[in-house]
Write a protein of this length. Structure first.
Length: 188
């Protein structure tokens, strides 16, 4: 389900928005700052409650609107930080997330084995739409407790672009990250 982008895109009050979210699951505010709230929505699936995503709602012009989301189904993750971020004359939001997810790899091209991918990622959520640009600046894939692929980057924000500098030789297929990421925020 594309989720709350369509079911609960906005509410004139926080109570009105919460009532809409409650029709689709169990909402819980997990982080909030002035004018912005991150809401985790647990939903029923096969008779069990599962993580249906985390949605960023922003107060703008006296109403609450969805402004982005993170979907970590089947993974362990932690919302590390939520901060306002101003680029030019526009203020959006930066969300930092730590995530661990299981995956299967074939190191020899034949034998499949379980691995764990751990990543530190940052989402930059636009002030004008419900889109967040996602970047990864730390990542490793562990096989039997040892790092098989890894990337450590130094992230810098320069206007409407994020640069992630770092050695990509050992990033492998699961830790690759473009060196430059355009945010697409308005520039006027």
């Amino acid at each position: 389900e594309p989720g709350m982008y369509y079911a609960c895109p906005m509410g004139k009050t926080w109570d009105q928005l919460t009532k809409c979210l409650e029709k689709h699951g169990r909402p819980a505010v997990v982080k909030q700052i002035a004018g912005a709230r991150l809401v985790r929505l647990d939903q029923q699936e096969g008779g069990k409650w599962v993580d249906g995503g985390v949605y960023l709602y922003v107060e703008k012009k006296k109403e609450w609107r969805v402004s982005g989301g993170f979907f970590g189904r089947g993974t362990e993750y932690e919302l590390l930080d939520l901060q306002p971020l101003t680029i030019g004359k526009h203020t959006g939001y930066r969300i930092d997330i730590g995530q661990a997810s299981p995956l299967w790899v074939q190191l020899d091209g034949l034998t499949t084995q379980v691995a764990t991918r751990r990543a530190y990622q940052t989402m930059f959520c636009s002030p004008n739409n419900n889109y967040c640009t996602q970047t990864i600046h730390t990542c490793e894939v562990l096989v039997r407790g040892k790092a098989y692929w890894a990337f450590r980057g130094d992230m810098k924000l320069n206007g409407n672009e994020v640069t992630i500098a770092g050695d990509r030789k050992l990033a492998g297929p699961f830790c690759s990250q473009a060196e430059r990421v355009h945010l697409g925020w308005p520039q006027t």
